[in-house]
Design a protein around this ligand. Structure first.
Ligand code: SF4
Length: 335
């Protein structure tokens, strides 16, 4: 019987390189923070039992985004040029009282009380969205703290910052030969409201933490992050931004609204070309480490001292991790 396929050779198709997309913050910064936590929650996508850290940072970012939209009249043209709440600040008692009334009304399924301020209204809108994704504040104090910080930022920075904001959530990305790197800059700030000149723009990035409580390794990673953003910005606009600024929102926290910016709230990150190159090399190395971890399915925890005890305290992996408590681990509460 003749074999019909004898003598026929079909070449293998050229294997195409599929480039994975890496987010500057959600992949590279997270992996550098703790590879194990990254593997568990970002790669395996286990849902964290408590999402306090995500809650706090996200609520601050999203409400501030609404404050910028308010000032620029993007949702309601009648608010254009006005500060939310005209910069007024509610007391902690007033915020607690409103949250109490809201809770009672929700429980009794009656008409909800109207929010007492623009900031609280934006806060409730954002929080409802997060709650529907299972992201909740664990303690009621955390909610009041978040509203306070937002009010203080609005009153302190709003009058001079909002008019200078030319773009929020500014998307950047670059093809890095074997992967694609992308990121989102919180704010682009120009010195005028007229013709936007990319060389005259500052990049601002909000952080929900304090600067002083930050582990030195995390601070260095944040500086690298801004330098990598500067590189991506240059790839997009052809010029470097004028400045790269980190704003540590939790530095505003306190019983009263600061009358001037706390000294540690703002950090200008230098963006010299040689520093940018070091940051790019570091982040490219980290992407290589992520790929290697994926290949071997090995996700090592951060070494003791390289991560703050506070971060380990809120991590679901702490029961099975040697890093917390200076490398002694956490005593199990069962069996
Ligand atoms: S307990 Fe700390 S070191 Fe261990 S996985 Fe969690 S964050 Fe990482």
């Amino acid at each position: 019987m003749p074999k019909p396929f004898n003598g026929i050779s079909i070449p293998l198709p050229n294997s195409t390189l599929v480039k994975r997309r890496y987010s500057v913050t959600q992949d590279v910064v997270s992996f550098r923070h703790c590879a194990r936590q990254y593997g568990v929650f970002n790669v395996y996508k286990y849902a964290p039992a408590h999402q306090t850290q995500i809650y706090f940072g996200t609520v601050l970012h999203q409400v501030l985004d609404r404050c910028h939209a308010h000032f620029h009249g993007r949702v309601d043209p009648s608010t254009k040029g006005s500060l939310p709440d005209e910069g007024k600040v509610l007391s902690e008692e007033e915020i607690h009282e409103y949250f109490g009334e809201l809770k009672s009304a929700q429980k009794a399924v009656t008409t909800l009380p109207p929010p007492p301020s623009d900031i609280v209204r934006y806060f409730i809108q954002v929080e409802n969205g997060l709650n529907s994704q299972g992201i909740l504040a664990i303690r009621s104090d955390t909610r009041v703290q978040a509203v306070n910080i937002l009010q203080y930022f609005n009153a302190l920075e709003g009058p001079t910052l909002y008019p200078r904001v030319t773009n929020t959530e500014h998307r950047l990305q670059a093809d890095q030969s074997n992967h694609i790197l992308h990121g989102v800059v919180d704010l682009l700030v120009d010195s005028t409201d007229e013709m936007v000149d990319p060389a005259n723009c500052e990049m601002w990035d909000y952080k929900g933490s304090t600067r002083l409580g930050l582990n030195p390794k995390d601070l260095q990673t944040y500086e690298f992050q801004m330098r990598v953003y500067a590189y991506l910005y240059q790839r997009k606009h052809g010029v470097l931004p004028k400045k790269a600024v980190l704003y540590f929102l939790n530095e505003l926290n306190g019983p009263t609204c600061p009358t001037k910016r706390p000294v540690n709230a703002l950090l200008e990150v230098s963006i010299e070309p040689d520093e940018i190159q070091i940051a790019i090399d570091e982040f490219t190395k980290t992407v290589g480490q992520i790929e290697q971890s994926r290949l071997t399915d090995t996700w090592e925890p951060a070494a003791p001292g390289e991560i703050s005890e506070q971060d380990c305290k809120t991590c679901d992996c702490r029961w099975d991790c040697k890093t917390p408590n200076s490398g002694k681990g956490v005593k199990r509460i069962y069996p």
